[in-house]
Design a protein around this ligand. Sequence first.
Ligand SMILES: NC(=O)c1ccc[n+]([C@@H]2O[C@H](COP(=O)([O-])OP(=O)(O)OC[C@H]3O[C@@H](n4cnc5c(N)ncnc54)[C@H](O)[C@@H]3O)[C@@H](O)[C@H]2O)c1
Length: 314
Amino acid sequence: MIHVVVTGAEGFVGRALVKRLLAGGLGGQRVSKLTLMDVAFDAPPADSRVIQLAGSIADDAVRACAYASPVDAVFHLASIPGGAAEKNYALGRSINLNATLGLLEDLRGQPRAPRFVFASTVAVYGEQLPATIDERTLPAPALSYGAHKLMGEALVTDASRLGWVQGCSLRLPGVVARPGDGAGMMSAFMSLLFWRLATGVPLTVPVSPEGVAWWISVATCVDNLLHAATVDADRFNARRSYQMPVLRLTVGEVVDALAVRFGTDRKALVTYVPDPFIERLFATYPPLLTPEAERFGLRHDGSVDQLITRAMAD
Ligand SMILES: NC(=O)c1ccc[n+]([C@@H]2O[C@H](COP(=O)([O-])OP(=O)(O)OC[C@H]3O[C@@H](n4cnc5c(N)ncnc54)[C@H](O)[C@@H]3O)[C@@H](O)[C@H]2O)c1
């Protein structure tokens, strides 16, 4: 009988995580109360264990409602994406940084320090990437979004040292396959490839077929979030931060595998019109070595075939 809180629960990863928590519980235990936080909800909950809190995580009163009864685990997924945070610094800082601190500080009064899993990002590495990235690569964020996420990781580490939470940050790579048109996100092409090739609709991608990215399916991403919330807390490293393992694949390799799955003629649906800015940001990723994260129990999808299956499982 446990109480779990999910921020950003209406988002892409949040929805998949909520489904899994309701169906499978957490660490072998049934979730008896699931508090969902987001700015708004599309529909009322279909499950009586779910409480929807519509409002901002930056609002003290909303956070107080979420934590009114003892909390066993918090998954902190709410964020302002990089492009939007760059356009509105104050909003980005308020949600991506200040609200993260608020969510942690407000847990001080809990009877038992809850697990706290924070969704960080590969954007912490910045733009001038070394030839290989590993778990000792120093972050150098190039956007306020990445800078605030990195500060969030430090806040999770410190709140854990102080005994407020048993926290852990995971750096997420490009998660696929987000439904919809990507709402103007620059990385939308990564998910659109999956849905358009599956349904036979043409698309233009703003990168070259040789463009190389880091990929993870939403199902495997959720596996990793759940693992971080349930693994023995003695196993956390001192930073309490891990890079999620990834599959490093060219866009062409993903398209080829999608064509094998959905029909070889589907390859012709893709037109490549590289935009140097987008290519540099999303399709020039070096090898990423994550032995520590893998020993800790985090996983990538294993193969491009599994990536496709698990990205589209819902
Ligand atoms: N999806 C990816 O590829 C990816 C990659 C790297 C990092 N991440 C991180 O993982 C997390 C989840 O990603 P996602 O793809 O589900 O994001 P998303 O944008 O789909 O969902 C984020 C949710 O947060 C909510 N939110 C925004 N401001 C809020 C506020 N003030 N109060 C309450 N809720 C608020 C939004 O309404 C949205 O539903 C985010 O923190 C994101 O930064 C995601």
